[in-house]
Design a protein around this ligand. Sequence first.
Ligand SMILES: [Zn+2]
Length: 338
Amino acid sequence: MVEAILGHERNIAFLQRAVAGGRVAHAYLFYGPGGVGKATVARMLAAALLCPQVAAGKPCGACDDCRLFARGQHPDWYQVDPTGATIRIEQVRRLQQILLRRPLRGRYRVCLMTNAEAMSTEAANCLLKTLEEPPAATVFILTSDRWHDLPPTVVSRCQRLRFDPLPPETVASWLVQRHGVEEQRARLVAYLACGSPGRALVLAGNPDLEEVRRRVMETVAELPAMGIGALLRRAADLAEGGRDAVDYVLGILLWWYRDLVVWHLTRQEAYLRNRDCMAQLQDRELGTAGLLASLVAVMEARRQLLAYASPRLVMEVLLLRLAEVIPTDGATGSGGAL
Ligand SMILES: [Zn+2]
């Protein structure tokens, strides 16, 4: 069976109507934040296209094709993922070779390319030729977290579907019900993952979750008095687990500063996500401008991380910027210019 899908009802209904009505595009681009369910919906579409007993755009889940697909063994299903950080031209060429043949089992064959923005320029140009003259009975699904990095020529050949983050409450109850995550932990990781079930699931499985959170909060408290040497060591320490670890730390910081801003403005516990850390929240008085400068610095760090900056460098720059924000009411440092 295809895995249960969380959210994205409109996109799913749209695709099911397309399958049922025989109006499937040659190429789709599913874009939106990472881990939000793009590849899952792509697999749902593929299952529907490969199932001979598809009804109302939904795969039957019981036939040979559905079973082969569920085991990842359907011969008309191809997936191309980046090798390292890049999708290389050889990968696209190999796919094109395969597409010279007819589908092996049924009416369609389906090619999923994840993180399509990772295509090298040569790979994208090579794929473009195929998209311009699409082979019969072939559906391409490209997914991307950063579709603006794709060549416009590729984007314009695809039907585009946007995938939005899900409400954290939806992600949290999905974690509890389908993955048996304890409720408070589910709520915490759902917020940290900013509406991305994939990322939330990875976070929920991290045994060091609470420990990392404690260290991040400790770092924030110590920053103003930290010397440059200690600050750089701490940055290296927090970035030790690479990109995912830094993404997690940034998620914690984002919600932390968000809570500080909300607390500063409202003094109402009900609006806070880090309610279990009220004492530390009340400790920290930066003034609205300082808090907002910190929040912006964290968001900027997230953008840099998404743009494949070195995780350690992102962490160093961020801690330097946060340390510059002077903890007195209404005043900031140099605004974090670095
Ligand atoms: Zn079937």
